[in-house]
Write a protein that binds this ligand. Structure first.
Ligand code: ZN
Ligand code: ZN
Length: 421
């Protein structure tokens, strides 16, 4: 028997597809330029993908690839044995170093694949303190990413813990290969020419984005079961979607996969009620059947069938956590929605349906926003918060109208699909 036959055909094609996904991550996701440094973060279990990305990055001319691996079991040990006051501590020095690398021209790649319920059994108070400390420490680096100063991207790897959560009824190895398959499909790595497929996909998203920017709607109106919500849009809002040029001049796709066009809502002009159409997986808690009421942009009542206490805790994070920082349109026919899977990971689930996000807005979704002060951004209606949590409000039963500046309603989506092709 020769070597080739001893390798199960499935794992062989999996290795090929992991390599293609790595190529998509470097060429489409990052658009990495010769001479550029790359800073990567990855779970230990994503080593195979991290290595292929490293290879493609050097082939693309990277000057240096530095990868920080994380281990979930080690993270849990902190909750078991760490001192209480330690939960207000974060690795400031690491994030400052990352920010310095970005300012010096490095690109950023994150491989995600975390266990969705890793922290589910830990003290929520400690989890929230640790998150807050980390968010604060990460801010200098994150602002360079969120402000598109640099080219960056996020891709996913099928880790055992994540796969077990998505496919609880399968043995681990089956679950992992099913999750890889779903990741390859959603990331278009399984198409004959993934780079071309992404060019076509980006062109489609750009056309949608241009249409919405020309319309310059004052608001969007969502209607469906349990939903009648008017989302005012920020003044000078700009729609984004697909690839975009970072301030360093490099064209990148920040999320692999991506199916959304999105913009900034007006933080004071959201009114009505809205129901979630898919569960929200938030740090190990599944928050299901969310129903919230907005008045003057602020959530005044929030209910959920499961996870209501966690939801209300999140809403108390800060001044901006009860207001919206993003609204996004995704057709129901998106490949991720059609897969019928709940990935328990925002990178995938937010691309299954139209969604809104509580918390921080993107300054790049305001025309000229990159150069504006926080006060200027706020005066346009852009929200500020430590959190940014996307949750799904679209389905094949939800209609969306665009409300023109003079108050007319134009049909945008019917039964979850775009009205105009
Ligand atoms: Zn989004
Ligand atoms: Zn978002």
């Amino acid at each position: 028997m020769n070597e080739q036959f001893r390798t199960p055909p499935d794992s062989q094609s999996q290795a090929v597809l992991i390599d293609r996904l790595a190529e998509v991550a470097v060429r489409v996701g990052l658009g990495l330029k010769p001479g550029q440094e790359l800073v990567m973060t990855a779970p230990l279990e994503a080593l195979a993908l991290a290595r292929r990305i490293t290879e493609h990055a050097y082939k693309a001319g990277a000057s240096l690839v530095t990868t920080f691996f994380s281990d979930e079991e080690s993270s849990l040990l902190r909750y078991r044995h760490g001192r209480d006051e330690g939960f207000d501590t974060a690795s400031d020095w690491l994030y400052e170093g990352m920010a310095a690398a970005f300012r010096n021209g490095a690109a950023r790649l994150a491989i995600v694949g975390e266990d969705p319920s890793l922290l589910a059994k830990e003290d929520p108070e400690k989890v929230s303190r640790a998150n807050r400390a980390r968010s604060k420490a990460y801010m200098p680096a994150l602002s360079l990413i969120a402000g598109s100063d640099i080219n960056w991207t996020i891709v996913a790897a099928a880790t055992p813990a994540w796969a077990r959560a998505v496919f609880p009824n399968d043995p681990e190895d089956v679950a992992v290969s099913k999750l890889w398959k779903a990741i390859f499909a959603a990331s278009r790595a399984d198409t004959p020419d993934p780079i071309k497929a992404w060019e076509a996909h980006n062109a489609e998203l750009h056309a949608r984005m241009r249409m919405l920017n020309e319309k310059n709607y004052a608001a969007l109106h969502f209607r469906g079961p349990g939903t009648d919500l008017r989302v005012g849009l920020a003044e000078g809002h700009e729609w984004r979607g697909g690839s975009g040029k970072a301030k360093n001049g490099v064209v990148c796709n920040a999320n692999i996969p991506t199916e959304e066009v999105f913009t900034t809502p007006h933080k004071d002009r959201v009114d009505g009620h809205v129901s979630s159409t898919k569960p929200l997986s938030y740090q190990g808690t599944l928050i299901q059947d969310i129903q919230v009421t907005f008045e003057g942009g602020k959530i005044v009542e929030a209910k959920a069938r499961t996870g209501e206490a966690v939801l209300n805790k999140v809403l108390e994070t800060d001044e901006g956590s009860r207001r919206l920082g993003e609204v996004a349109l995704v057709p129901h026919s998106s490949p991720i929605s059609q897969s019928g899977l709940l990935f328990l990971n925002t990178l995938f689930d937010e691309n299954a349906s139209s969604h809104i996000a509580l918390g921080q807005a993107y300054s790049k979704c305001i025309r000229g926003g990159g150069a504006m002060s926080e006060d200027e951004l706020a005066s346009r209606g852009s929200n500020k918060s430590l959190i940014h949590i996307d949750w799904m409000i679209g389905s094949d039963r939800v209609d969306v109208d665009g409300i023109t500046q003079d108050g007319r309603a134009e049909p945008l989506m019917r039964g979850g699909e775009w009205v105009s092709a």
